[in-house]
Ligand binder design. Sequence first.
Ligand code: ADP
Ligand code: MG
Length: 301
Amino acid sequence: MIITKGKTKVIKLGPTEGTVLLETEDVLTGGDAAKQETITGIGVHKTTQAANVFSLLNKRGIPTAFIERASANALLCHQCEMLPLELVIRRYAWGSYLLRHPDLKKEGGSPHRFDDLVWEIFHKQSVVSLPISDIPYQIDEGEARERFLSNGIWQEGVYTDPYILIEGNRWLLYSPKKEVSKTESLMSIEPLLSPDEIDEVINSIMLPTFLALEDAWLNIITSHGPVALVDLKVEVGRRLSDNKIVLADVIDNDSWRIWPGADPSKQLDKQCFREGHPLSQVAEKYALVAELTERFVLDKG
Ligand SMILES: Nc1ncnc2c1ncn2[C@@H]1O[C@H](COP(=O)(O)OP(=O)(O)O)[C@@H](O)[C@H]1O
Ligand SMILES: [Mg+2]
């Protein structure tokens, strides 16, 4: 029985109570799904990547929803009530971070490296704040896309993945593409997590997940050098069986930036798809990354 269908996955009820099957389709999306392509075989590569990543994270004791790989393109997971948040962890300042912090853009394009990891939280629901109406509101991204995206261009006043600033007992939503200190918040919402839960999410899930994967990638030496994990997007949910907040959804080659030798021009992640490289090249990178992640789960001897 299908529970939900997202942009790239179908979620079905699993074989035992409290479990689900995450089936990954042969689809990549980019630019808030303004761009969408079918690439044969990519679903299996993404499933391999996610299974290897979550096997490693389970082994490191990080609380996750992952149980096991169920088939070529499916993962068996604990069913979760997902939180509509995108949690981002960064070792280097890159991508949209530079829109929020243009001061970290460096001459020559070399990335700024953070000694201490940076974390950020974004809301998965879009904010609609149209110039003609004065009350901003939140809607699902899919609905926002249907109503406000045409020919790959968003109507003015629609903000996907707004940045969340935690301020006391309110969460303030901001444009993710502007310097937060120089703009007004779009709207404020009730917190989705208590302060203790935020602390747990950051310190028991986000940071340890990044550190485990950063270490795993640095142990993979390519001809350009070790692979740098630049940034990472994860999602969390409450496991239905015990209500515990765990790392859920998937982590695959769509979820991070990975740069052999810390060189952005050598990127192995989904960025090549966003930039419009030939789909055959994109598929090759996904296959290579799937193969490289096999080393995450070999016992170190
Ligand atoms: N363990 C889980 N239990 C329940 N739902 C999940 C779990 N992992 C992921 N999901 C949900 O599966 C849905 C489909 O995934 P996806 O295709 O990536 O959708 P989206 O378009 O939201 O990115 C998402 O809404 C996600 O929250
Ligand atoms: Mg998704």
